[in-house]
Ligand binder design. Sequence first.
Ligand code: ADP
Ligand code: MG
Length: 398
Amino acid sequence: MKKKLLVTDLPGSQYEGKRVFVRVDFNVPVNGGEITEDYRIRRTIPTIDYLTRCGARVILASHMGRPKGRRIEHLSMAPVAARLNEFLGTKIHFPGAVVGRKVENTSKRLKNGEVMLLENLRYHNEEQENDADFSKKLASLADIYVNEAFGTSHRAHASTYGMTAHFDKKLAGLMVGNEMKFLSRLIRRPKKPYVVIVGGMKIKDKIGALKNIIKKADKVLIGGGVAYTFLAACGMSVGKCSVENEMLYWARDALNTYKEKILLPVDHVMAEAAGGKKTLAVTSSEILDDMTAFDIGPKTVEKFTSHIKGEGTVFWNGPMGFFELDDFSNGTSAIARSFALATWRGAITVLGGGDSVAALKKSGVKFSEATHVSTGGGACFEFLGGSDLPGISILSDS
Ligand code: ADP
Ligand code: MG
């Protein structure tokens, strides 16, 4: 994909007095009207600050949850408007609608440096349907378009795709720019040695990205639930561990092609069931028929961490076990600490995946202990798989 124009690539003077529509990702968890986690809001502040400082009139829009075209009060953006007031130190205009007279009037009355927030875009089915008329209405609010919502960029919706046809200038926000910078390095020329850690549950969901990444990698450490498809592909008995039968052929092929690269677990923490009593770690040849592996064992941790060094690049996707249960979180925590250490020692470290982000947090490792944490989820894997993301490919080339 070509390099895209960043918000900061345009001189500040070009924003003065202009209305700038910024598609953001404020899909934050709200409980009883209170935002319980506002990381997604905080991280858009650099782009908003840049625009307001340049004298732009900023119009922010996002979806939250799945209201399916209806106005559902607990999915309103009102608490987000309040939080933005606090972060930006100015009053945020919140007309309480997505389109219509009130929204148009508010957008016209905005002064330089002022910010308005639209209501939840998915209160209208037209958003996900990429409706032409709805797209046009959104576009009529502004002169310049900015995408600062990487996580929805793989969706061709009205706010990420349809409306952009009405703009000359379509820019990447600073966060989207960062995602593209770090993720495209992983598939172009990652700094060597390039070590990839793969875990989680489903190979099939990420196969495109995995193929691209394994090709480039020097070492691929495979743990988590996906490891059992690989071990089964080697002809081992894997007890009650789930095996993706439709991936066996590919796994066998990958193991043959990249024999020296791929490392599999050598021991496992097993249990009869997720809540059940765990056994001490067993080696791969000792996996019992009636047991499931829920974590990698200590020998595997030792083997894997010996390859996670403070040089080159380390990419990590997928927890090493059922980390949500404390009994099975040791492997993931150990890998998380080793990943953080690699950052401190000078490696470029990139983490991707929704559950992986949660796993990092649970391990007590800070986001700042990774070079880049991709919060893109599905968008991250489509990008790494080499697909053109609609919300990115429509942006102006730099
Ligand atoms: P991400 O969202 O980071 O891409 P995945 O969705 O692929 O990650 O996988 C995350 C899930 O995989 C977690 O819920 C974790 O509990 C589960 N998991 C990983 N290893 C195992 C295992 N051995 N047994 C059961 N669940 C596992
Ligand atoms: Mg997941």
